[in-house]
Ligand binder design. Sequence first.
Ligand code: SF4
Ligand code: SF4
Ligand code: SF4
Length: 495
Amino acid sequence: MSSKLKITKEGLNAIAITVDSYRIRVLIDAKKEILGSGIYNEEQYDEMLFKMFDEELLKYKLFNYLSNSNNFKTIRKFSEENSIEIRKTLSLLELLKNEKLIGVNEIYDIIEGDENTPESSSFKDLDIVKFDGDPSRVKSIYEPVKTIFETHNCSGCGLCAGICPVNCLEIYNGFGKIDEDKCIRCGLCYFVCPRSYLPVTVLNMTQDQASEIKNYSQVGHYLEAYSARTKLSEIAETCQDGGITSTCLYYLFDSKNIDKALGAKMSRTPWRPEPIILQKKEDVLSTTGTKYVSNPNLKILKDLNKSPSNLAVVGVPCMMQALLKSSIYNIGIPSLNQIKYRIGIFCMESFSYESFVKICEALKVDVKDVKKTNINKGKFFVYSNSGEELTVPIKEIGHLARGDCEVCFDLTSESADISIGSIGSPSGWNSVLIRTETGKELYQSLIENDLIESKPLADVKPGLPLLEKIAKSKKTKCTKHIDEKKTENLRYPHY
Ligand code: SF4
Ligand code: SF4
Ligand code: SF4
């Protein structure tokens, strides 16, 4: 329990609600099952319980603090009085909103454009309304993620399976399944899932270290943008484009900044990737090359609770969102606390393994004979072992992409420390967006150690304009699909 809590009538009220909170009670009641599953030991269980208690306490304290009419000033005042950052208070506000205990309306001023500048908006204020309700009875939003699977909102990131305290979740080939008999209905999976609710405003503020809500470009917040390629010949020979992702991992192992990395490699079935924990720089070569088949990398986090490490995670945007969300709502999950670097790759869409096989069939190539795949200039490219280049327009295979990816707004891994992809750079090079100080330090080290060639993205063609254009088209597509779900009264992710 937080030692910082002042014993006031409101404080006692918040403690009473927290002890009675569904999320706290369920963890206490299921202690035996949780320890029996072996995912977390007793010390880790206690830490998680107390951490969640602190978070819930602060949330209910905010709920009690709100009056009938509140605005951004209220949030600022609560943050000051409790010595917490505004983005922390905003993250709690988001939780209360999703628990339907409050309503929040973001108010923006529209700034008119002219022929040279498009119309834009600027944050003005929040309009927060407190509803009548009993916070301790809130259960509905902490349901198992079965509801995310069944409503085709799951991104297949794997985090729910990576943290489930009784190990009753499996994600395979992009689709999830819960062992209902083992599930204790703690809702932790729902809590970390990027497709339940995702506080995008807070995510952006966290990346920017900002204390005010700001507007962001189509590719999210970034500090610097480059075009780069590796100088390491063994990576250059096997990599897809510029080899920057592999070079990052190579350097981090070599410099002992990390002792483990989480990525994807091909399984024994050709072109069906599987998660891998890399232990040394020599392992990096087993992960080179882009894989378009869905792979729930983050599910392997459950194997990392026992041995503390400095960890780098390579993943697609939905995985980076899951990790950043979990660090904002930190409930002391040991494997998540080990993550030092989030290396995001660009992703337009992913395919199930069966769909990938269908694409190969349409191109009249055996999956076993595929050497390399790529998406570029609106086409899906397959290069065969015999040297053939086969292509199909993306719009002709769009129907084969995972339906769940339709509600994904993020092309460029906006929640990563450093984002890497091919769009925007010439062939054989990567576009790199540096988003955080951690990412900046890493990239500088690659340059200082003479591991990469680097130039500003502004100096290459097609450059940032193309990247922004494609990122915008993904956002527009996502909004369209979410609007369709809304019209049909179907569940959609709360971004
Ligand atoms: S599936 Fe979700 S709700 Fe069920 S035990 Fe695992 S984390 Fe908890
Ligand atoms: S999006 Fe990720 S966390 Fe959510 S249900 Fe799917 S695999 Fe689990
Ligand atoms: S399109 Fe989005 S949801 Fe689908 S795999 Fe890529 S990042 Fe994840």
